[in-house]
Ligand binder design. Structure first.
Ligand code: TRP
Length: 330
């Protein structure tokens, strides 16, 4: 059995440093341990929460270019757009028919959305949001991925995928592998400007694809305490130090710890962080700009990507259809 790693990136917004450190970089590093890697742009997931066509279109491009600029090699990995592989949606419907509604009722994402409602608990809840774990299961199962890197928020969805796969295998035919989660450590949570997890919805992000000037400004906005230059500072629970650690060597981190004890000013600490982040991002920024200047390249790459994966998806779907009795009449 080939070891296949697969991950989807929902195309909402423009990737920030948190996405880069928490998802893009670790996924690309993991890929080398696997026989095959699948990275896809989850644009049908994106329309669950966003109905602005221009934002969706822009985000697909930004996310695709960010992954490529960060080092994704489309010759080594399968890189495609979910909507270019319609077999995923077909499988999704079939899986919907073996998925218990009660299983979906227990989804954290759905429960969190209904919890915000007061009188009508279903207000603003689409069927897309409700059955989103089934689409995610189809994404994974269509290629029989063996491993899926997930953050803590996606853990439950992977368990649901295993449930759904098991139910299908039991009801019809053993077609699906039960995928395993590759979990991230809790200390891998990337902190944003306000010390909470970096997230677009908290408006606390540091951008990945900005100019140096904008990067510097957004680092300057990291919230610190009011200790003066010369006052010893604590590097524990400090967003500046925590972010610095993701871009520096052990020696550099020891040096900065020393400087904290010796009362480095917040301005200087932030400058050190800026220098490190910027140095790391320069090649990504340059690669992004050059990819971005070739308008046809991205469409060509994505067309090649789906051309490579669709035959696999078609083959699996044919087997699924046959196993449920949707096949040529004999
Ligand atoms: N739901 C995931 C997220 O919001 C994205 C995603 C869609 C995904 N399909 C997937 C991740 C399949 C892993 C495997 O982050």
């Amino acid at each position: 059995m080939n070891k296949r790693i697969l991950t989807g990136i929902t195309t909402t917004g423009t990737p920030h440093i948190g996405n880069y450190l928490g998802a893009i970089k670790p996924a690309l590093e993991l890929a080398s341990d696997f026989d095959e890697s699948f990275f896809f742009l989850a644009d049908y997931h994106a329309i669950i929460k966003n109905s602005n066509r221009n934002e969706i279109e822009q985000s697909v491009k930004d996310v695709a270019l960010s992954w490529l600029a960060s080092g994704l090699d489309p010759a080594q990995s399968f890189f495609y757009r979910q909507s270019d592989v319609p077999e995923i949606l077909e499988l999704s419907w079939i899986l919907n028919c073996v998925t218990a509604k009660g299983l979906m009722n227990r989804s954290h994402a759905y429960k969190a959305a209904t919890a915000l409602n007061t009188s009508d608990e279903d207000k603003g809840i689409s069927m897309g949001l409700f059955s989103y774990p089934v689409l995610m299961a189809a994404d994974i199962l269509i290629f029989n991925a063996t491993h899926v890197p997930v953050g803590p928020d996606q853990m439950q969805h992977l368990e649901m995928t295993r449930d759904i796969a098991g139910k299908f295998n039991h009801s019809y035919k053993k077609i699906f592998e039960l995928p395993e989660a590759i979990t991230q450590e809790a200390d891998q949570i990337i902190l944003g400007q306000d010390g909470r997890k970096m997230s677009k919805s908290y408006k606390n992000i540091i951008p990945l694809l900005s100019t140096e000037k904008v990067l510097k400004k957004s680092i300057a906005k990291i919230v610190t305490n009011s200790l003066e230059p010369g006052d010893p500072k604590d590097f524990n629970n400090c967003s500046v130090f925590s972010l610095y650690c993701h871009f520096s060597s052990d020696d550099e981190q020891s040096d900065l710890k020393e400087s904290y004890k010796n009362g480095i000013s917040w301005g200087d600490a932030k400058n050190k962080l800026f220098e490190k982040v910027n140095e790391h991002i320069i090649p990504i920024r340059e690669s992004y700009n050059s990819l971005n200047s070739n308008k046809d390249l991205i469409n060509e790459l994505l067309a090649e990507g789906s051309a490579k994966v669709r035959p696999m998806a078609k083959e699996l779907l044919l087997e699924v259809r046959d196993s449920i009795g949707i096949s040529r009449i004999s």
